[in-house]
Design a binder for this molecule. Structure first.
Ligand code: CTP
Ligand code: MG
Length: 230
């Protein structure tokens, strides 16, 4: 039987968590690294499970850690755990394959964005429910961005006002995401990129500072501090 959360929910959340965490430095898969004494994945899943729209959660775990991840998450929420792939995109595809056809909305949410709040999950789900085929949370870009060529020579300055930093969860009509994955050729770092390539309109909604991605050691320090914000 498929593990269910809210039976009336219309959302499956796919959580790619199979990455190595190379940029975080030595210490094992990133999703299992500790933040305030608990694995990042536990922080992420607790927040996903608290969103009322969520009927099902599928985690793509490192192949060697599938049983350990299932045991780790069992006390946190009902979760389906699958073995992830070599690329993030493959991990998402494997998780998507575990979602039954009667769930109309799929969200893809990086375990590395462990502090993304339930309200963000709900706002993405609501935008898809209202008829948008693909919805992403974004923040304005704060740094000035330069185009740089060979020899580290600056070619130009990009107009920052048209740029956005993209977060997860990204939300999709499940059939739209499935078609985009089925037609994918090159691996991309986000799922909206795949559906864009398929010609589907992607809509931006406001992201959250709490949905920052934990990538490098300093990000763990920042996340630890965010946990203390009342
Ligand atoms: N991910 C995955 N399968 C992969 C690679 C990445 O499920 N083969 C997941 C990661 O676990 C993470 C998310 O995709 O939750 C975003 O990837 P990233 O932040 O790059 O994490 P890692 O790949 O683990 O980190 P790094 O690139 O530093 O090794
Ligand atoms: Mg990676």
């Amino acid at each position: 039987m498929t593990a269910q959360l809210n039976a009336r929910g219309d959302v499956a959340v796919l959580v790619p968590a199979a990455g190595a965490g190379v940029r975080l430095g030595p210490g094992g898969p990133k999703a299992l690294r500790l933040l305030d004494g608990e694995p990042l994945l536990v922080h992420a899943i607790r927040r996903v499970a608290a969103a009322p729209s969520v009927r099902m959660i599928v985690v793509a775990a490192p192949a060697a850690e599938v049983d350990a991840v299932a045991a780790l998450l069992a006390p946190v929420a009902p979760v389906t755990v699958v073995s992830g792939g070599a690329e993030r995109q493959e991990s998402v595809g494997l998780a998507l394959a575990a979602v039954p056809d009667d769930i109309p909305i799929a969200l893809v949410h990086d375990a590395a964005r462990a502090l993304a709040p339930p309200a963000l999950i709900e706002s993405i789900a609501a935008a898809v429910r209202s008829g948008r085929p693909a919805v992403i949370p974004v923040l304005p870009v704060v740094d000035t961005i330069k185009q740089v060529g060979p020899g580290d020579v600056v070619h130009g300055t990009v107009d920052r006002s048209v740029l956005r930093s993209v977060q997860t969860p990204q939300g999709f009509r499940r059939d739209v995401l499935a078609a985009a994955h089925a037609g994918a050729t090159d691996p991309l770092t986000d799922d909206a990129g795949l559906v864009e390539k398929a010609g589907v309109e992607v809509t931006c909604v406001p992201g959250s500072d709490l949905a920052m991605k934990i990538t490098r050691p300093l990000d763990l320090v920042l996340a630890e501090a965010l946990l203390r914000v009342p």
